[in-house]
Design a binder for this molecule. Structure first.
Ligand SMILES: Cc1cc2nc3c(=O)[nH]c(=O)nc-3n(C[C@H](O)[C@H](O)[C@H](O)COP(=O)(O)OP(=O)(O)OC[C@H]3O[C@@H](n4cnc5c(N)ncnc54)[C@H](O)[C@@H]3O)c2cc1C
Length: 300
């Protein structure tokens, strides 16, 4: 029998949607293969009542709360296919099974590609982060590097300045990342702007100590921000023909409805910036309300 809603992705967006739908007495299957984007980090900040919780603890708490709702089940398989089937959808998983659902919520999040700097992955989530709102407080007043090779270099550096005045912006070989006026603005505040490539990150246990530039110059930096390239963690929005928003996420209305009837989206896969756990959870809640409203409209 078809569940009312299949939720693809059990991060903050998917889990909060499952909670709201379970409480609305809807049958829900959450599919999650446990590969969240923030798995690299030790703490999740800025989530009221949970500030500093580990990502694992947050998931554990969510799963315990969901266990109270018998109509919500969690399936650990990776979803490999979603097809329209009559008025609903069929969901295919990695083990070859198929499940039927009336509605589908895409809450699959993002994957990120870091700048090509040797060893950067071992610092990312420890002392190098992408979001000052998430991790700026922990890096406050420290000597920081901002590594950004795109058009957001100025914006990210200006934002980081709110947490530390001791900043070096490195565009890592990219030449056209900002206007002359923007460069002068940064320099007038004592921010050094370098176009050199970062060739080495030095530190221990993920804690950055210094950075070596291609000229050979080594500078003491104990943390910083990088600007990754984001892409959807799963291709289903494209496959199903969902329109994209101006950020490259899946376009939705204010209750998570995509351009394809019966398909909803929430969390990072839709709102690429600002991307925070509490925002993803809120988007999941809104989408659940949209899904329940549409099911009521169909049945009543
Ligand atoms: C280094 C780092 C630090 C961060 N720090 C913070 C912070 O301090 N505070 C904060 O608020 N935010 C932080 N964030 C951002 C935060 O993690 C995200 O905004 C949030 O997790 C988004 O939630 P989500 O539910 O949309 O996606 P995710 O949490 O990424 O969850 C998506 C889930 O979908 C699953 N999935 C994807 N495809 C499939 C599939 N085909 N089948 C089955 N399952 C699938 C994945 O396994 C994953 O579990 C940080 C991010 C990073 C990278």
């Amino acid at each position: 029998m078809a569940v009312d809603c299949a939720i693809i992705g059990g991060g903050p967006a998917g889990m909060n949607a499952a909670l709201v739908l379970g409480r609305a007495r809807r049958s829900v299957m959450v599919f999650d293969d446990n590969r969240p984007r923030n798995a690299v980090t030790r703490h999740t900040h800025g989530f009221l009542t949970r500030d500093g919780v580990t990502p694992g603890e947050l998931r554990g708490l969510a799963q315990r709360e969901l266990a109270a709702y018998q109509t919500v089940t969690v399936n650990r398989q990776r979803v490999t296919d979603i097809r329209r089937a009559g008025a609903g959808f069929h969901i295919g998983t990695g083990d070859g099974a198929w499940y039927a659902a009336r509605k589908v919520l895409l809450a699959t999040g993002l994957r990120e590609t870091l700048p090509p700097i040797p060893g950067i992955g071992s610092y990312y989530g420890r002392s190098l982060f992408n979001c000052p709102y998430c991790d700026g407080w922990e890096l406050r007043d420290r000597p920081l590097i901002v590594i950004a090779d795109g058009m957001n270099a100025f914006t990210l550096t200006r934002l980081a300045y709110q947490w530390s005045k001791d900043l070096i912006l490195c565009t890592n070989g990219a030449r056209r990342t900002m206007s002359d006026e923007e460069r002068l603005k940064l320099q007038s505040r004592g921010i050094r702007v370098s176009r050199e490539r970062v060739v080495e990150l030095e530190g221990e246990d993920g804690e950055l100590r210094s950075v070596r530039l291609e000229s050979g110059l080594r500078v003491r930096r104990t943390g910083g921000f990088v600007s990754p390239i984001w892409r959807q963690a799963a291709p289903f929005g494209d496959w199903l023909g969902c329109a994209a928003n101006e950020q490259g996420g899946i376009q939705t209305d204010r209750l998570g409805r995509t351009s394809v009837y019966g398909i909803y989206a929430a969390g990072d896969s839709s709102v690429i910036a600002p991307a925070q756990a509490v925002i993803a959870a809120g988007e999941g809640s809104k989408a659940a309300i949209g899904i329940n409203a549409d099911l009521i409209q169909e049945d009543f």
